[in-house]
Design a protein around this ligand. Sequence first.
Ligand SMILES: Cc1ncc(COP(=O)(O)O)c(C=O)c1O
Length: 381
Amino acid sequence: MSEISDKVQTLVPDYVRSLQVYQAGKPIEELTRERGVKKVSKLASNENPLGPSPYAIREMTNALWDVHRYPDMHAHEVKSSLAKMYKLKKENIILGNGSEGIMGYIARAFIQPGHEILTSENTFIGFYIIARSVGAKLKTLPLTTDYRFDVKAIAKAINEKTKVIYICNPNNPTGTYITKTEFDFLMEHVPPHVLVILDEAYFEFAKGKEDYPDSMDYRYDNVITLRTFSKAYGLSGIRIGYGFGHEDLIANLTKVKLPFEPGLIAQKGALGALSDKPHLSRTITNNNRRYEETYEYLKNNKFNPVRSVANFICFKTGSEAASMYLFDKLLDHGVIIRMLKANEMPEYVRVSLGTKNEMRHFFRAMDAVLPEYNKRFGRPV
Ligand SMILES: Cc1ncc(COP(=O)(O)O)c(C=O)c1O
């Protein structure tokens, strides 16, 4: 290492130096370039396969003429829309560059080096990175045997050093959820000095499932709910997410927030998306249909898929080598799925639910790959 980079290294705290860069799903252009495939189905990042709402596109296009101006730093229009929709005050709402942006504000406002954060293993890695980036100590507990957050174990692990509890509901990458009863149990055990982050990035898909706790039905001063326009609303590329919480929590997050996040185009896109209920219901209908077909397909091929209430399904390959083989061979057919090594589930993979055509593409590619895969990994046919 050169003298200069040695010096740079000493500037970087250990807890930053030891971080791993977030691994995103493989981009479509990269696959086309690398393998020369013409048709690509990206089923790796839980995006909306139907695309954004045309209303969102119209709002964003119109707003392009105003990008020489800074956006409204209080995002009055989006907050008013959300406040009306959820019967809240604007003071209970914060917006950010994606829900991850808001996780960053939470880290900045509430977490200091050495603080303890309780969460699960095998959950959203973006949160681990953010928590570690401010020097927090992550205490992760195993999922239950049916791949769900273990609220009993989390409640038991709370101590006076615990600062934050992160619950991902539904959980990415397993698609499972904690029930109302489990949420009530957890909250009975959480002392007021602990902040609970409820990450509901996949809320729109899970809403209405029996026993799913919609966090808007609860009012706890120490709970912040995070939701996003990236998934069901089809705006991942624009970066806008929102959080709900007690007005004092929100006021303090607002102090550390970068003033002009999210940008003008993101705010306008969100407004358009919120006004298009039919697009949202088409998205949910497509997801429900694709879920049934894909679950059946995986079950028929003896993969033991995990029951999911989100827009993806996680299934067991049995080993890291098998996951890598499947991932790689599907790429040859133009299908991108997600390996879960970074989530410490190397013997599983995850497939996002796409359009009908994309899932046909996935099934055809699997049909082509499975005979050799089954032979190599000694699976029953
Ligand atoms: C559970 C969970 N939370 C948050 C995010 C990030 O969402 P956003 O695009 O709003 O930052 C994701 C994205 O994959 C996710 O799976």
